[in-house]
Every structure is written in C-alpha cells, then in structure tokens.
Write a protein that binds this ligand. Structure first.
Ligand code: ARG
Length: 471
C-alpha cells in the first residue's frame, strides 16, 4: 500500500469531492477531518470490505440494479483491487475517510458510473458491521488454530515428561506430588474451554447485518439469505436496528481473548518462577530468552513475562470497548468506530502470544533431578492420613494424628519417610509395617488413581483424550 500525503491544494480539491458533501455549504474543518478519519486503522478490513462489496454487487444484479455486463465488470475490478492490495499496490489516500470510502473511490476510478451504483440500498452502517463480523470470524478460526498448536506442544511435553515427579503447589507451598505431565495437561484442558469460548464468540459474530441499511432496512428487495450464504454467514440479523447498533459480537471476542490471556498469564507466572535459580525446574531455550544490557550473567524469561504482561492489554481492550458501547443509544453513532483498534490490537497480540508460547513449550528443558531433589517428604502427609483412614480412623482424626507427626518431624528435624514403625506407633496403634509402601513417590501418584487424578493411568487417559480432541 502506498500512503499519500496531500499538499494543501490537493486536499482542498479532494475535500470538495467528499461523497456526502451535497448538503454542505462549506468544507469540513481540517482538524475534524483528521479526527474523523479511520483509514489508518480500518484499512485492516479491506479484504472483508471488498468481499462484502462483491457479494453486494451480486445481490444488486439479482434485482436488476446492475445488468450482467456491469456486475461482471464491478466484480472483476473489485477483485483486482484486492489483488493490488495483497501485492502492496493499492493506493489508499489520506483523504479517504475510511476503508469503505477508499474502496468505493478506487472502484469508481476504475469503472465510473457502475461503481457509483454500488452503494444502492447500502449504508456504511450495515457495511462496517458486516465487515467487522466477517473479520472476527476469520480471525477466530486463525486464533483457534494457534491454540491447537499450543495444545499439541503440551501433548508432546506430557508424553516426554510423564515419569517426572514434581511437587504440586497450593499457595506456592509444596502440597502433593504430581506427575509433570499432569501439570501440562491441566493447561491443555483449560485451553479446551478457551476454544469453546471462541466458538461461542464465533456463533455470535456469525449473523449478517448487510441489508439493514442505515437503520431501517434496505429499500430494495435484496435476497438477504442468499447474500449471507454468499459471504459465509449462517444467519441473517432479524432486526435492522439491532444489526447496525450492536457490537456485542466484538465484546464477546474481546472477552474470550481476555479469558485466554488471563489463563496464559497464569501459566507464564508458574514457568517464570520455575525458571528462577531458586526453583531451577526448567530452563528456557536461549532462543526464547533475553539478556541484560548491564548484567552479563542474566538470562531472562522475557517471552513468558510479556505473555503474562499482555493479559492487561487484553482486559484493557475489553474494558475500553465496553465503556464506549455502554453510553450510546440505538442505532449507529460514530462512537462505534472506536471498536476497531482494541479489537485489532487484541487479535494481533494474541496471535503473537500463542506463537511464542508454543515455541517456548517445545524448546524448554526440564531439570528432573532438581525437581526430584526438591520433593519434601512432607508432601506425603495426606497419603499417611489416607492410610490411617483406610485402617478405620475417621479422616478428621487421621488429619490430627498426622499433623502431630509432621510437628514431630519439623521439631526433631526428622524425615517423614524415614520414621520407624516404633516412632509412628506412638502416634497411632493403627500403623503397621506396610506403611513403608506409602513412603514412595511413585506410590503417591498411583494412589491418586481417580479419573482426572495424577496417576499414570489417568494421565495416559488424559493424553489419549487430548489427542482425540485435537483430531
Ligand atoms: N468508519 C465508520 C466506522 O468504522 C464507518 C461507518 C460510518 N457510518 C456513518 N454513518 N458515518 O464506524
């Protein structure tokens, strides 16, 4: 694309050529022009605008507004403008008020009168709502594919890290031992829900507003169902006021991206901690870490920090649009032009976050020895309580007994796993020699063999299900 700055003379000439200036006695103020202009950002919608216009031209041809020759010519030239754009040749002008005006101008330059007929029955109000919905639908598919790539990386990690045991944390305090694969799969299933949020957002976007005109519906007998099918929409809007006024589809997508961003941020947080020297559980690949300008020894997990930091941006973009929309009545007001930048920004940044995360996951190394060395024997306290419960003691009492054993270990600096049967019998007569079986990390994992638990059987089942879901 080539951006042209006009000289003062040129601008004057173009101002007098505005498509809507018939009723005005003088040109808009320069500053208002600048304030009003959305082309610098809504050019992002050019392909959807052209696709929408091609479908609209066909619809106009079906009701005789265009004859065969005209519609063929218009469609051919719109397609050519799209090709030009893709090759970087389309010339958008600073004087084009927005992308809709720009495409129409380019078309008129190429086909004259036939181009001037294209806006028959159409308003930029239904046009922009259609373009933006179409754009969101395409981007949702793209984002979903990237989520799937992250999920594939998680499955690979789970498969290779299945036999690694790591402390599971609650309150960032060691809680119970888990398989590292179990941790990776937690992220997989969380992302499954994020995809269903995106599916829901898609469903809300998938309603075609075109044919609603400015507010009251097109004054021409457009076959809207055929038009929708042409554009890949599965439904048409039922009410023209709602169609041009609503931006809940954009909010739904921004909300889904916020939820996705929040969850990715939490995983980033864990992995940042795990990569610290104090934890030392993982090391990021050099290609996905950065250094310090001052401290030569530094290797920082900036990739993950940005992934965490961007959650604020996703939420901010949601809040920004929600705040804009809440104040405006029905139907179209120019405030709605403010929907685009937050939307584009969240989509662009989510694309980056997901691609970076997939690579970070695929390339990080796990320090299983360090993980094993950090396993505190007290992680097995619940297992000891479960042992006493199985032997007949009500869990609440078992909890108390084991609490006293833990206190004893801490006070006397004893390792829970090395206590003798004699020592244990002081706390409860229910201990037998087979308590030894409990003092084993693998046994602790096997012990949690419910569906969805951390046992190897359950983790294998999770991976199997995950692979099926990704198919
Ligand atoms: N650039 C505008 C937007 O993005 C297009 C719709 C303008 N409609 C109007 N009646 N001025 O919202």
């Amino acid at each position: 694309m080539e951006w042209q700055d006009q000289s003062a003379d040129e601008s004057e000439r173009i101002i007098s050529m505005k498509m809507w200036d018939g009723r005005f006695a003088k040109p808009s103020a320069k500053l208002l022009e600048e304030f009003n202009n959305s082309l610098p950002f809504d050019k992002e919608l050019i392909e959807e605008d052209i696709d929408g216009s091609i479908a609209w031209a066909k619809a106009l041809a079906r009701i005789g507004i265009y004859n065969q020759t005209e519609s063929r010519k218009v469609i051919k030239e719109l397609t050519a403008i799209k090709n030009d754009w893709q090759k970087g040749h389309a010339k958008l002008l600073g004087s084009d008020e927005d992308i809709h005006m720009a495409v129409e101008r380019l078309l008129v330059e190429r086909v004259g009168q036939a181009g001037a007929k294209l806006h028959t029955g159409r308003s930029r109000n239904d046009q922009v709502a259609t373009d933006t919905r179409l754009y969101c639908m395409r981007k949702i598919n793209h984002i979903k594919n990237l989520v799937k790539e992250v999920q594939s990386a998680l499955i690979l990690r789970a498969e290779s890290d299945k036999n690694i045991i790591v402390p599971g944390y609650t309150h960032l305090q060691q809680a119970q031992p888990i398989s590292l694969a179990h941790y990776w799969m937690s992220c997989f299933f969380c992302l499954e829900r994020e995809k269903s949020r995106l599916d829901h957002a898609y469903e809300i976007c998938d309603i075609m507003p075109l044919g609603s005109g400015a507010i009251a519906g097109a004054g021409f007998a457009i076959d809207r169902k055929l038009l929708a099918a042409d554009l890949g929409f599965s439904r048409i809007s039922d009410n023209s006021i709602d169609a041009v006024a609503s931006r809940d589809f954009a909010l739904e997508l921004l909300s889904s991206l916020s939820s996705l961003g929040i969850h990715l941020s939490r995983y980033a947080e864990d992995l940042i901690i795990w990569s610290s020297r104090e934890f030392g559980y993982i090391e990021l690949d050099d290609a996905w870490s950065t250094g310090s300008s001052m401290m030569p020894q530094k290797k920082n997990p900036d990739s993950l920090e940005l992934m965490r930091g961007k959650a604020g941006r996703f939420l901010g973009n949601y809040t920004r649009l929600a705040t804009t929309v809440k104040g405006i009545g029905l139907a179209y007001y120019k405030d709605l032009q403010e929907d685009k930048e937050p939307l584009f920004d969240s989509i662009k940044n989510m694309d980056l976050v997901l691609r970076v995360f997939a690579s970070v996951l695929a390339t990080l190394t796990v320090n299983s020895e360090r993980m094993a060395a950090q396993l505190d024997p007290l992680l097995l306290a619940t297992d000891v309580a479960d042992y006493l419960t199985t032997a007949g003691l009500p869990f609440r009492q078992a909890h108390k007994v084991v609490g006293s054993i833990v206190g004893y270990c801490v006070k006397n600096k004893r390792n829970l796993m090395e206590l003798s049967l004699k020592e244990l019998l002081v706390f409860s007569p229910l201990f037998k020699k087979d308590i030894q079986v409990v003092f084993n990390w693998q046994a602790a994992l096997r012990h949690r063999d419910v569906d969805g638990g951390t046992s190897l059987r359950s983790v294998n089942a999770q991976v199997k299900k995950a692979k099926m879901l990704l198919k």
